[in-house]
Design a protein around this ligand. Structure first.
Ligand code: IFM
Length: 455
């Protein structure tokens, strides 16, 4: 059996708005997610991140849990509206101090801090000025990245600019199911461009600031399979892969947008006018993070086939693609479980950028956990999902893919965006009434797996 390299990084991941709470403390100002969550009908049960897991006050306890689990690294995100509360202008030292405390506590426990600079909490004033539809947001992001890098560069092990720009652009500006909740069709691709530009500018700004820490970006990649070899189904797969993967991978790793996607969406001219930005977007990076949850089998629409609500409608072209239910087991999110798809997406990225280190920066599953009379959570479904995907990572390593680490999503149950607290992804249970943390069976499994792999 292939063993993981000795320096393979084992981690867990979270994100600021999903766990911190304390949304109005120590100078933090509202983000688009504060606004969105407060808009009636946008988030299940009217849940908000106001308190979440209260990680802002309990981070030391959470880091100690990670140390007990024996993980090497903690991927957390910095909330832009804590550091630069209005998006541009005045810097909030208290916000930077908080993240320094988190990072230093990690280091004291032998846990390397990996920081994501943008996991969706855009300062509301920037959204009011156009959000990611505006080029100035990309420039503001680079300045915020520079400030954070300069302040925390001595304690952060790795930097990730953006988390899942596909979600920010297409769920936020096309499907409207994420903040800021807009349904602008092809204009969502303008948001994608400005996110990518923001990434490139941020990489340049952080490089100019100096330091050794690796810089990268995290994408949520879709393993795409055509339902059949028919021309129509292959065409559907091309479209799904185009919007879900290549729209982001190609400019980042090849310095060019996929022409078929621009043609499909009628945006060729708009992008041609901005072709000078491509060199910035393709600024060399040190690694790429991949968030993987499911594979998608797609087909041309036809009666009786199931249409996937996660493919953003009304993005032009989405009406030409449906997702087929293959009968595979699904998580509580309705996402089919296909561990082999993880190897496929890693191989897809490797083919584009041979030699670029790869990390699985998120992977996990939601299940309707039950708490036993003894307080234990025997989450066998989550444990099996985790084991199957860890074995897929082993397979990737065996095939020679340069996979350097794995971060389980998530350390804690948390605010699952539009699903509020109704979906639990944690390997540690959070009782939202008492804020008590309990390591689930899946967490114990992960601890033992990591220990065994380390020999
Ligand atoms: O909770 C999210 C996370 O914020 C981004 N990636 C997917 C996770 C599960 O939906």
């Amino acid at each position: 059996m292939t063993t993981f390299p000795a320096d393979f990084v084992w981690g867990t991941a979270t994100a600021s708005y999903q766990i911190e709470g304390a949304v109005a403390e120590d100078g933090r100002r509202p983000s688009t997610w504060d606004t969105f969550a407060r808009t009636p009908g946008k988030v299940w049960n009217g849940d908000t991140g106001d308190v979440a897991c209260d990680h802002y006050h309990r981070f030391a306890e959470d880091v100690a849990i990670m140390a007990d689990l024996g993980v090497d690294a903690y991927r957390f995100s910095v909330a832009w509206p804590r550091v630069v509360p209005e998006g541009t202008g005045a810097v909030n030292q208290a916000g930077l101090d908080f993240y320094r405390r988190v990072a230093e506590t990690c280091l004291e426990h032998g846990v390397q801090p990996y920081v994501t600079l943008y996991h969706w909490d855009l300062p509301q004033p920037l959204e009011d000025a156009g959000g990611w539809l505006s080029r100035s947001t990309a420039e503001a992001f680079a300045e915020y990245a520079r400030i954070t890098h300069e302040a925390l560069g001595d304690v952060i092990g790795s930097w990730i600019t953006l988390n899942e720009p596909w979600c920010s652009a297409l769920l936020g500006y096309a499907a409207g199911v994420h903040a800021p909740g807009q349904q602008l069709g092809t204009r969502s691709l303008e948001a994608a461009h400005h996110l990518l530009l923001g990434h490139g500018l941020a990489v340049q700004a952080m490089r100019a600031d100096g330091g050794e820490a690796p810089l990268g970006i995290t994408l949520n990649l879709h393993a795409v399979r055509a339902a059949s070899d028919s021309e129509a189904d292959l065409e559907a797969a091309r479209r799904y892969d185009g919007l879900g993967n290549r729209l982001f991978l190609d400019p980042l790793l090849r310095g060019a947008y996929p022409e078929d996607v621009l043609a499909d969406t009628g945006t060729t001219e708009w992008f041609a006018e901005r072709s000078d930005d491509l060199a910035t977007i393709a600024e060399p990076i040190d690694f790429i993070g991949i968030n993987y949850y499911s594979a998608h089998t797609v087909a041309a629409p036809e009666d009786g086939r199931f249409s996937d609500p996660s493919l953003p409608t009304p993005t032009p072209g989405s009406e030409r693609v449906v997702t087929v239910d293959t009968g595979a087991e699904k998580t509580q999110m309705g996402w089919e479980i296909h561990p082999d798809g993880l190897v496929d997406v890693l191989a897809q990225v490797h083919a584009l950028a041979p030699g670029l280190p790869l990390y699985v920066t998120e992977n996990g599953s939601a299940w309707p956990d039950e708490v036993g009379p003894d307080g234990r959570v025997e989450d066998e479904d989550r444990r099996r999902y985790l084991e199957a995907h860890l074995e897929a990572c082993r397979e990737a390593v065996a095939r020679g893919l340069p996979l350097k680490g794995y971060f389980c999503w998530s350390l804690l149950d948390n605010f699952e965006w539009a699903f509020g607290y109704d979906r639990r992804f944690g390997i540690v249970r959070v009782d939202y009434e008492t804020q008590q943390r309990t390591v689930k069976r899946s967490g114990e499994f992960y601890r033992d797996f990591v220990a065994r792999e380390r020999g």
